[in-house]
Design a protein around this ligand. Structure first.
Ligand code: RFL
Length: 387
């Protein structure tokens, strides 16, 4: 269920193992191939995509990044994480990855994918033969698919999470009470790397996406109306919050996306119920503070795809039985890092002088203590240990 990074990766792994599967997606192919969202992929995930024959175009076109820059107290502080870890971040827009994955699944590996499905419902999850029903977009008739397993990869707004009876799962939630205005601008990035501006007026960030498109973020009240942010107000705030001695001026230009995201997070435990397994945002949401969501979706998909293939082709159920615990270990690790980073990004703008002081102490420590720098770099790049 769902043709995002998680669902398409599971589908590709199943097709490579000659396991029959159907991917159901509520959007159109054009919708999934153009929806702008993530852009940063961790090196272990690129290696895993490669190993499964899914990383060729990414390798050719992604830009490896080795440095990020914090700006605070009117100064620039470059953080050379690749020097500390030997690993890079890869900047590759999510729509390009989804386009590669859907092409490989549907056009190369001959996978069955049905777009535009409506009114999706799950049935008999506790039985040996669960089913999914949906309304067919062309004819309006209802179809029923019987299967062995259901992979719930339908994102934060899907239906699979709620198919687990409330008494049999726990949802842990956290709301930071902070909004981010997420922007895409038709401009080249004004520096070669990701920028984090920690400023008394609020956080600001710059994330390169491609030579002609750059993502920016501005902290704002949760639930703020994007229409409160005119072109001039956006660029004035970005200039103020990213200002630092010796920094090149921001390249300004047309804004092509402007939306407000509330910084909230959840984790469903366990990620399995009967023959349903949740993967990606369907099972856990992490706000884009540390650029972790798509990486977690891929991690789940590798675990779940391998586990399903092992069960169907060899009768080996160990992977499926251990799936939820194995996924959740990394999920909680990334959630913890995102919370830590959220405190840093937003502490100086909290109007609390005590919190401002401790936030700045944490930031300075990253640039004065090799042990603190190494710990940050390891978490920023994701733990390479599992793969
Ligand atoms: P997706 O990508 O949301 O895909 C789910 C798909 O399921 C479909 N769907 C259904 N299909 C069938 N039946 C139903 N009932 C359905 N309901 C929905 C949807 O149409 C959709 O196609 O989930 P998936 O695969 O779990 O992938 C998760 C990632 O998309 C997400 O975590 C990232 O985009 C988060 N994220 C980032 N992650 C990173 O690792 N690095 C980043 O740099 C990064 N930047 C971001 C981000 C998310 C952002 N937004 C908009 C929340 C930047 C932003 C602005």
């Amino acid at each position: 269920m769902g043709a995002g990074p998680a669902g398409l990766t599971v589908g590709n792994i199943l097709r490579a193992a000659s396991v029959d599967c159907v991917v159901l997606e509520t959007g159109s192919r054009q919708f999934i191939e153009t929806r702008p969202r993530a852009g940063v992929i961790e090196e272990w995930a690129v290696r895993e995509l490669d190993r499964r024959g899914l990383g060729e175009r990414l390798r050719q076109r992604a830009e490896p990044h080795s440095v990020c820059e914090f700006r605070f107290g009117g100064e620039r502080h470059r953080f050379p994480y690749a020097e500390l870890t030997g690993s890079h971040h890869h900047v590759y827009p999510q729509p390009l990855l989804v386009t590669d994955l859907v092409r490989e699944y549907a056009d190369v590996r001959g996978g069955d994918i049905r777009f535009g499905v409506r009114d999706v419902a799950l049935h008999d999850l506790d039985s040996e033969r669960p089913a999914v029903s949906y309304r067919c977009p062309e004819t309006g008739e209802r179809r029923l698919l019987r299967c062995d397993f259901v992979a719930g990869c339908d994102g934060a707004r899907g239906v699979t999470r709620d198919a687990i009876p409330a008494g049999q799962r726990r949802i842990a939630r956290q709301d930071d009470g902070i909004g981010w205005l997420a922007l895409l601008a038709e401009v080249p990035p004004s520096t070669d790397c990701v920028l984090f501006g920690v400023h008394p007026r609020g956080f600001a960030g710059q994330m390169p996406r491609s030579p002609g498109v750059t993502r920016f973020y501005l902290q704002c009240p949760p639930g703020d109306d994007p229409e409160n942010w005119s072109h001039d107000r956006v660029w004035t705030e970005l200039r103020a919050r990213l200002a630092a001695a010796g920094a090149p001026p921001l390249t300004e230009g047309r804004l092509i996306e402007k939306r407000v995201l509330d910084m909230h997070h959840y984790v469903v435990e366990p990620l399995a119920h009967g023959r349903l397994f949740l993967a990606g945002d369907a099972g856990h949401l992490v706000a884009p503070i540390a650029a972790k969501g798509m990486n977690l979706a891929l991690h789940d998909a590798f675990l779940l795809g391998d586990a399903l293939a092992a069960c169907v082709t060899r009768g080996d159920r160990d992977g499926l039985e251990g799936y939820s615990a194995a996924s959740l270990r990394r999920v909680w690790d990334y959630q913890e890092f995102s919370q830590w980073l959220s405190d840093i990004y937003h502490g100086v703008a909290s109007d609390d002088p005590f919190r401002t002081g401790t936030t700045l102490a944490r930031l300075r420590r990253l640039f004065t203590s090799p042990a603190a720098a190494a710990a940050f770099a390891e978490q920023y790049l994701g733990d390479a240990g599992a793969y």
